[in-house]
Design a protein around this ligand. Structure first.
Ligand code: ADP
Ligand code: MG
Length: 403
């Protein structure tokens, strides 16, 4: 993979450099609640502006339906980027239209323009190769060189991630280079014990990685929404908890394989339950009940791991040499269900192991709950991307930078 250092050695003064970033930040209305992903691309942008490039930054935000939708404008992320860079950035209200062309034409050396959400165009995410290629060609008209630095999107075969990288001379930015370096440490020659903690809400997305981790990890700790499908698979009732009934056979197969391979597979022993999902806006007290994970009442749902499980997981993390964590242990957005996630974060902070946190919400949780980012080995900006890498899949956005 050629990196941006090689590009800088060749010189970029006056060149238009398209930076495919991942500015897909969580927002509450017009307020950005966690700007980690914007900060993560700063080294690349600063290096390019410092070398006199005309920098064109593009990203997706959320999942608009292939047409402009003001709920997903990148305008606010663009102005935060300007604040963090300490200089104004131009914002184009379209992606390949007249605003984009005039914003780019107006750039002096060392200046930055941000384009509107790439996903306002159907061509960005299209499964039709020709439609994607057409959109990519129109993006290519805006730049001379491509720098891929949107790690959170490299598992997507999207026009700006894959096709465009193959149209222009392309290089990996610092973020992607760092992320790939870290993930390599989790796959090649990993230091043991290697402990993996998985949680979050996207159960089916995350079951796939277990398949691969059963060959790599020494211990797998399960929390969050996916715990309930495993508990159900073991014959326990889970009430109205998150459940993917169709995944039960897969869960059973994993449990059997873990046993055969001697991989320790740990499920919650106690959980906090409630009849109602908490109000994340008002944060009104949720008054959960603590129950054994084998005794969840029929009308209740599990929303966090309990205190015994927190202790158990901390002890299972204490002797680790390598830790990968993806997915909150509970609905951490509500203070009554944040303790499980906090306990795991604290265990990682206390551990001398090489610790990696992956996943948009997990990374945001760590920051929102007040942990110092530097206390972790690495906080990945990509959830799906890091999981697919660990699954051993080919990631289109990385493959395109290899060619
Ligand atoms: P990441 O972005 O880190 O990969 P996910 O997107 O999979 O994580 O999941 C994060 C979400 O999971 C959070 O919004 C959290 O509220 C939710 N969650 C965690 N535990 C549960 C649970 N037991 N029931 C429902 N939602 C949960
Ligand atoms: Mg998420």
């Amino acid at each position: 993979m050629k990196t941006i250092d090689e590009l800088l050695r060749q010189g970029v003064e006056g060149k238009r450099v398209f930076v495919r970033a991942d500015l897909n930040v969580p927002q509450d209305g017009t307020t950005i609640t966690d700007d980690g992903r914007i900060r993560a691309v700063l080294p690349t942008i600063k290096a390019l502006t410092g070398a006199g490039a005309k920098v064109v930054v593009a990203s997706h935000l959320g999942r608009p339906k292939g047409e402009p939708d003001p709920a997903f404008t990148l305008r606010f992320a663009a102005s935060r980027l300007g604040e963090l860079l300490g200089r104004p950035v131009a914002f184009a209200g379209d992606t390949i239209g007249s605003e984009a062309h005039s914003a780019v034409a107006g750039l002096d050396n060392g200046q930055v323009a941000v384009l509107e959400n790439l996903r306002f165009n159907a061509g960005e995410t299209s499964k039709d190769d020709a439609e994607r290629a057409e959109f990519a060609a129109r993006l290519a008209a805006l730049a001379d060189v491509y720098v891929g630095d949107g790690f959170g999107a490299v598992h997507r075969k999207h026009a700006s991630v894959y096709d465009l990288a193959r149209l222009l001379p392309s290089y990996a930015g610092y973020l992607i280079a760092t992320e790939v370096g870290v993930l390599r440490k989790l796959t090649d020659d990993v230091k043991r014990p290697y402990v993996v903690v998985l949680g979050g809400a996207k159960v089916s997305d995350k079951l796939g990685v277990i398949d691969h981790l059963l060959e790599k990890a020494d211990r797998i700790l399960i929390g969050g929404g996916m715990a309930y499908t495993f508990l159900k698979a073991k014959g326990h009732e889970v009430g109205i908890s998150l459940l993917q009934e169709d995944q039960i056979p897969v869960c059973l197969e994993y449990l059997a394989r873990a046993e055969k391979k001697g991989v320790e597979f740990v499920l919650p022993v106690d959980v906090l339950v409630s009849a109602d999902f908490p109000d994340l806006k008002t944060k009104a007290p949720a008054n959960p009940t603590l129950v054994a994970s084998t005794a969840i009442p029929a009308d209740q749902e599990g929303l966090d791991i309990g205190p015994q499980t927190r202790k158990l997981y901390a002890s299972k993390l204490a002797d680790a040499a390598t830790v990968f964590w993806n997915g909150p242990m509970g609905v951490f957005e509500h203070p009554d269900y944040a303790e499980g996630t906090k306990a795991v974060a604290q265990a990682l902070v206390d551990s001398p192991a090489f610790t990696v946190v992956g996943g948009g919400d997990s990374a945001a949780a760590v920051r929102i709950l007040g942990f110092d980012e530097d206390a972790f080995g690495h906080i990945s900006t990509g959830g799906g991307a890091s999981l697919e890498y660990l699954e051993g899949k080919t990631l289109p956005g990385l493959a395109a930078l290899e060619d």
